[in-house]
Design a protein around this ligand. Structure first.
Ligand code: IPD
Ligand code: CA
Ligand code: CA
Length: 285
């Protein structure tokens, strides 16, 4: 194929440039009280999401005109390429819209190896509020602002700090609040910071021991999952089976607490050993 490139070429330098440019665009819009539109009851989108995706698509097209792009706001542009980009132009839109400074740009590149077999070969997540650039290339480790990063060595669930997120679609149907409750009681705490891509990077850099979420989309996870794996961590579905971008279940850990979390999830799904929620009416009395 015309757009096939030797694997010796690193895509990262160009990805850094694009992610930084998109991050600067987001910071320009931040605090400007942009009009918020609704894609769903609690699913927000702003002009910054759209402008960032437009910019990233233009930059990809300039450099690699034949590549396919799947972006959250514009969907899939499928030209039959062996290369596909996954773009979340603003991960953490709800935070962004409320002025809460936890959001990022996420970009990953996948290559078709044979038939339908694809592998993710590069990922970049840029947090413009902290100027933190997380990156990974398949087989080359993970980095934060150029320094190598590794997952934490903590191997006890009850000494772990973990993270999760809640979907904006069909929130009322999602059981994650049970998981939040039970895992809170079994760890140092569960954070819900509002950007799945940064949650994954925080696992990769050892700040969190683990992260899980239901129903994430490929653009949320494509870069972060590669960064976790290249930092020595593990990513699977909730039962330990192989993670795929359309799995709708993401469990990422430092590897050491993976089995313990899978066990807890099995127990919660089976309704075994659940700590009951305290009754607020009894508490108020
Ligand atoms: C959201 C964030 C959030 C997660 C949601 C995602 P968006 O992405 O990653 O942390 O809990 O499931 O949809 O909408 O801000 O790009
Ligand atoms: Ca997202
Ligand atoms: Ca987004």
């Amino acid at each position: 194929m015309a757009d096939r490139m030797p694997r010796t070429e690193s895509f990262l330098p160009a990805m850094f440039e694009i992610a930084r440019e998109a991050g600067a665009l987001l910071m320009h819009h931040f605090h400007q009280h942009l009009k918020v539109e609704y894609k769903g009851e609690a699913d927000l989108v702003t002009a910054a999401d759209r402008a960032s995706e437009k910019l990233i698509r233009e930059r990809i097209r300039e450099r690699w005109p034949g590549h396919d792009v799947l972006g959250e706001e514009q969907g899939l542009n499928d030209q039959g390429s062996d290369y596909r980009w996954y773009v979340d132009p603003l991960d953490g839109t709800t935070n962004f819209a409320h002025g809460f400074p936890v959001f990022c740009v996420s970009m990953a590149l996948e290559q078709r190896v044979q038939g339908e077999v694809r592998r993710r070969i590069a990922g970049v997540v840029y947090d413009p509020t902290r100027d933190e650039l997380f990156s990974a290339e398949l087989g080359c480790g993970a980095h934060l602002n150029g320094e190598k990063i590794c997952v934490s060595k903590t191997n006890r669930l009850n000494e772990s700090l973990v993270a999760t997120g809640f979907p904006s679609h069909k929130r009322h149907k999602n059981p994650n609040i049970f998981f939040y409750h039970q895992i809170t009681l079994r760890t140092h705490g569960v954070r819900r910071a509002g950007s799945a891509a940064l949650d994954l990077c925080n696992v990769a850099s050892g700040r969190f021991e683990g992260f899980w979420e239901f129903n994430l989309n490929p653009w949320d996870t494509a870069a972060g999952v590669l960064i976790v794996e290249e930092a020595g961590g593990q990513v699977t579905r909730f039962d330990g089976s192989e993670f795929e971008l359309n799995s709708r279940e993401t469990l990422a850990t430092n590897g050491h607490i993976h089995e313990a979390l899978i066990h807890e999830f099995q127990e919660i799904f089976a309704g075994r050993g659940l700590d009951p929620l305290p009754d607020p009416r009894a508490f108020a009395r």
